[in-house]
Structure formats: structure tokens, C-alpha cells
Design a protein around this ligand. Structure first.
Ligand SMILES: Nc1ncnc2c1ncn2[C@@H]1O[C@H](COP(=O)(O)OP(=O)(O)OP(=O)(O)O)[C@@H](O)[C@H]1O
Ligand SMILES: [Mg+2]
Length: 401
């Protein structure tokens, strides 16, 4: 671990002793201490101070809501933000999920031996630096769908294979930790899964993560979901962040398949993504949910340009025309995937539709989705400077990573 001095801001609830935190920072670190604000307007001067530090530590006992407000303020308002670590002495009781959901890099229960605390703070700073660097590297697409069965896994798998077939090196992460079926859809045996990686111990690096990936004949790779639902509990948010960072350093596109809910893991993936692929279906209820999904992403600070909209089963005759869809969603879907009976048959065989029926309309739709992301990846790699600048506005969340 580096012993470089840091510039740290400690935001302390009354009665919390900053001594042990200061001791855990490397010698020579510059420390600014301030009380946890108790009025909304006080956050603005704190945000200005936080813009110049590489670490913000919130230390609290009972004031969870004020800390969450602080994290949300900082993540929304700072373009390039410092590491955010929450130290707390009370019971975490749901606070942990909320803190990570708001954007905290780590949450640590006090008291801790000085060397443990020092290690955790260093790790958070290193991870934040890594995440910022990674955001400049490969494209990371989180595939979201407002409800179960809209076609997220179908889209994620077909996109991965289509990208591999066009010479890219995609990796798909199955974040449906309890009921993931990427392995089944791609015909891959779960010899090693994300659970095995999580319990393997020692630190994570790109090489280690590579040893836990399944290989598809197309050249795509996959980090498969645990084989049993109870194993999902071993997957933590800091672990996932490190996994995404490692994968982005080796693969030009990371695709994340998700369960049909905004779990803390999904929020963490969305938070780190450069792009979102929202998959909806053509029926009134699904369109309503897709609209809510678009609105939620806008509230989270995503530029609409970074959200690609896939309309699955787009040829279903339910009395909703193209104009109705555009009016309801306020935008045109980017890719239309037709219903095709060959799709469930292909899934049963563990094949993608482009492998089973390459000339089908569905296979063409997924190839066009892949071509869209090839352009995004090229722009991100700096091959198309004009497009890159345009995407940069779109790829970046307003609050930055
Ligand atoms: N365009 C389509 N044509 C025919 N069948 C389809 C189509 N899209 C999806 N399906 C069927 O719907 C099922 C659900 O699709 P998929 O597993 O991709 O949805 P999902 O959004 O990942 O679901 P979950 O939320 O449960 O993970 C698939 O097994 C497939 O058989
Ligand atoms: Mg799925």
C-alpha cells in the first residue's frame, strides 16, 4: 500500500473522536475537520471543500439520514469526486445498502485497529482512482429491464456474441445473482462462477478475474452467476466494483445482465456504467414501466444519449403503433426486436439466435445493436474524435464517477 500523504476532509457527527481516523492516515496528510451539517444550505460550502481533497470520511453514530444526504450531494455535484468512506459506530441496519446506493466507496464499523482502518482508507482511495481511470477505458453497458422476462438476458447474450463475432473482446457479467441464466443461454458450464471468485481470497487483479471467466466459442467471455441462490450473499459492492474495474482494463466492452429490480448491486453497476441498454416490450404495462425506467435514469443523472432503448417483441399486434410508442416514451426506440419462435428453441439449445438463425429479423436486430455499440466503443477508444466528444457528453453521468 502506498504511504503517500492525502488531503482528507473529515465530516464528524458530534462526540465522535477524530483521533483514530487521523492516526490511520499516512504521515504528512492534510486534514480538514468539520461538523456534520444540520441544514441543507451548509452542504454547499462543504461541497466546495470536498472538491479539493482525495478522501472524504463521514463518521457518524445515529445521523444516518444526514450522512446519506451528504454523500448524495457530493456525488451529484462533483465532476471528479474524491473517495467517500463512511465510518459508523451504531448498528448498520439497512444503512449499508443505502450508503452504497448513494455512492459511498466503503462503509466501516468502528472501532477498528489503526492498521485495518488505514488499509480500508487506502483501498477506497485507490479504487476511486482506478474507477476514474477505468471510466476512461472500456465501455460498460448495463442491461436493464423494468420487469422480469422483457428480454434482458436475451439482449445481453446476443449483444456479447455479436460483438465477439465482429472482432471485439466483450465480457458479460451475470448480475442476476440468485437466478442468473446467462450460462444456460450461452451453453456454458458453471465450472467457476462469480461466487468462486468472491471466496477465493487475496486481492483482485485482471489476471485473477480472467481465471474465473467461462469462454464462449464466439470469443466472448462470461462471469457466471452463482449456482445456488444462497451464494449470492458472498458478493459485496466493493468486490463488484473491483471486478468491473479489472474487466474494463482487459475487455473493450463489459456487458452486465441484471435481475428485474434495482438491487444495490444493480445500482452500483449503473453507477459505474458508461452506457445503459434499457429493454422493454411492446405492451401497455411494459411501456409504462419502461417510461418509469427512463425517468429514473434521468433522475440518477444519466444523459438520455447514454441510454439505448431496445423494444423487444416489437411486432406484436396489441393495438399500439410506432407513433403511440414514441408519444408514450417521449423518444424513438433505437432497436426493434421481433418475436421469433426460434428464440426459445435456440435458448433451449444454449445458442444465441444469431448462431441458430443468422438470417432472422431478431438476429439482424441484435447485429444492429452490436454495430451501435461498436461505434460507441470506437469513440471511447478515441478512434473517432468528433463522435467521442459527442458521446462524452452522453456517456458521462452528470455527477461524474
Ligand atoms: N423476441 C422474442 N421472441 C420470442 N421469445 C422471446 C423473445 N424475447 C424473449 N423471449 C422469451 O422470453 C423469455 C425471457 O427472456 P429473457 O430471459 O431474456 O428475459 P429477462 O428479461 O432476462 O428475464 P428475467 O428478468 O427473468 O431475467 C426467454 O426465455 C425467451 O424464450
Ligand atoms: Mg434474465
Amino acid at each position: 500500500m502506498s504511504a503517500l500523504a492525502h488531503n482528507a476532509l473529515l465530516v464528524l457527527e458530534d462526540d465522535i473522536d477524530s483521533g483514530p481516523i487521523e492516526q490511520a492516515l499516512p504521515p504528512g496528510s492534510r486534514v480538514t475537520k468539520t461538523a456534520l451539517p444540520d441544514a441543507a444550505y451548509l452542504w454547499s460550502s462543504l461541497t466546495a471543500t470536498a472538491a479539493d481533497v482525495d478522501l472524504v470520511v463521514f463518521a457518524c453514530d445515529r445521523e444516518h439520514d444526514r450522512v446519506l444526504e451528504g454523500i448524495t450531494n457530493l456525488t451529484r455535484q462533483l465532476e471528479s469526486r474524491p473517495a467517500l468512506v463512511v465510518l459508523h459506530t451504531g448498528s448498520s441496519n439497512g444503512f449499508m445498502e443505502q450508503a452504497f446506493g448513494a455512492g459511498a466507496d466503503d462503509l466501516i464499523t468502528l472501532p477498528q485497529p489503526t492498521h485495518e482502518l488505514a488499509f480500508a482508507l487506502e483501498k477506497a482511495i485507490a479504487r476511486r482512482r482506478g474507477a476514474t481511470t477505468a471510466a476512461e477505458e472500456g465501455v460498460m453497458i448495463t442491461v436493464l429491464g423494468p420487469k422480469g422476462g422483457t428480454g434482458k438476458t436475451l439482449t445481453a447474450c446476443n449483444l456479447a456474441v455479436a460483438l465477439a463475432e465482429s472482432g471485439h473482446s466483450p465480457v458479460i457479467v451475470d448480475l442476476d445473482l440468485q437466478f442468473g441464466d446467462v450460462g444456460l443461454a450461452l451453453g456454458l458450464r458453471p465450472d467457476r462462477t462469480i461466487y468462486d471468485l468472491a471466496v477465493a481470497g487475496s486481492s483482485l487483479d485482471a489476471e485473477k478475474v480472467a481465471g474465473f471467466l467461462a469462454s464462449h466459442s464466439s470469443g466472448a467471455h462470461a462471469l457466471l452467476a452463482p449456482v445456488r441462490p444462497d451464494q449470492a450473499a458472498a458478493i459485496t459492492i466493493p468486490f463488484l466494483r473491483a471486478v468491473f474495474e479489472a474487466l474494463r482494463s482487459r475487455h473493450d466492452v463489459v456487458i452486465v445482465d441484471t435481475p428485474p429490480a434495482f438491487t444495490p448491486e444493480v445500482i452500483a453497476a449503473v453507477d459505474l456504467s458508461s452506457d445503459i441498454c434499457l429493454v422493454g416490450m411492446l405492451d401497455a404495462l411494459s411501456l409504462k414501466d419502461t417510461k418509469i425506467g427512463l425517468e429514473t435514469l434521468a433522475q440518477m443523472g444519466y444523459d438520455p444519449d447514454a441510454v439505448t432503448l431496445v423494444l423487444n417483441r416489437a411486432d406484436t399486434n396489441v393495438g399500439i403503433g410506432k407513433a403511440d410508442v414514441e408519444r408514450l416514451l417521449g423518444r424513438k426506440p433505437d432497436v426493434l426486436v421481433p418475436s421469433d419462435r426460434a428464440i426459445p428453441r435456440a435458448i433451449t439449445d444454449g445458442r444465441t439466435i444469431s448462431e441458430a438463425e443468422p438470417r432472422s429479423g431478431a438476429a439482424k436486430a441484435f447485429r444492429s445493436l452490436s454495430e451501435h455499440y461498436v461505434r460507441v466503443a470506437a469513440a471511447a477508444a478515441g478512434q473517432a474524435p468528433e463522435e467521442s466528444q459527442g458521446r462524452r457528453r452522453g456517456l458521462r453521468r452528470k455527477g461524474g464517477n
